[in-house]
Design a protein around this ligand. Structure first.
Ligand code: GLN
Length: 195
């Protein structure tokens, strides 16, 4: 069985753990960098990206996380997690972990649409994946190697670049675990290749 870690510094950690478990994989809260060695894939949860970045630095996670991604281990970022994965943000040239060749705008829906739910069509999964958007970011630019998996109102909301998967919304706050299942399958495939 594959083991999926959830970076447990801040944000919607428990919800992701529950989604991983109902999807039939083993879930671990990752609180120390050494634990990264024991997981086949990692979820960066939603929450608040600047706070999460401060905690990443405080607990010496930055380099281990960069190395985890560089080793080809799958990473799935949701909402604030997606912000952490971008090479570039509209508000600052240097992103955080810089895993994916994309530019992300934080809080891109504006104040009047702080939070809402919608069904989105996600390529390779289904045309009615339930999504909760909370002060959500949007992908404003992608490089040639980035595949756009979902659009919402003509904006990019789910993307994949090789072993990296990211979405603007919170699949973990719904009962729809198909995106988690998709990520677990990515981890299983990677695991087979690694053997
Ligand atoms: N707006 C938050 C940020 O900038 C992300 C919101 C979320 O994860 N729900 O980090």
């Amino acid at each position: 069985m594959v083991t999926i870690g959830v970076l447990a510094l801040q944000g919607a950690v428990k919800e992701h753990i529950r989604m991983i478990e109902v999807s039939g994989a083993c879930a671990v809260e990752v609180k120390r960098p050494e634990q990264l060695a024991d997981v086949d894939g990692l979820i960066l949860p939603g929450g608040e990206s600047t706070t999460m970045r401060k905690l990443i630095d405080k607990y010496s996670f930055f380099e281990p996380l960069v190395q985890f991604g560089a080793a080809g281990k799958p990473v799935f970022g949701t909402c604030a997690g997606m912000i952490l994965m971008a090479r570039e943000l509209t508000e600052q040239k240097d992103g955080h972990l810089g895993y994916m060749d994309m530019t992300v705008e934080r809080n891109a829906f504006g104040r009047q649409r702080e939070s809402f739910e919608a069904d989105v069509s996600v390529k390779g999964i289904a045309n009615d994946v339930r999504a909760v958007f909370i002060r959500a970011p949007l992908v404003k630019r992608v490089g040639d190697d980035v595949e756009v998996l979902a659009m919402f109102n003509e904006e990019m909301v789910a993307v994949r670049q090789g072993s990296f998967l990211a979405c603007s919304f919170h699949p973990e706050l719904t009962n729809d675990h198909r995106l988690h299942q998709f990520f677990i399958d990515m981890c299983k495939k990677h695991d087979v290749r690694a053997q």
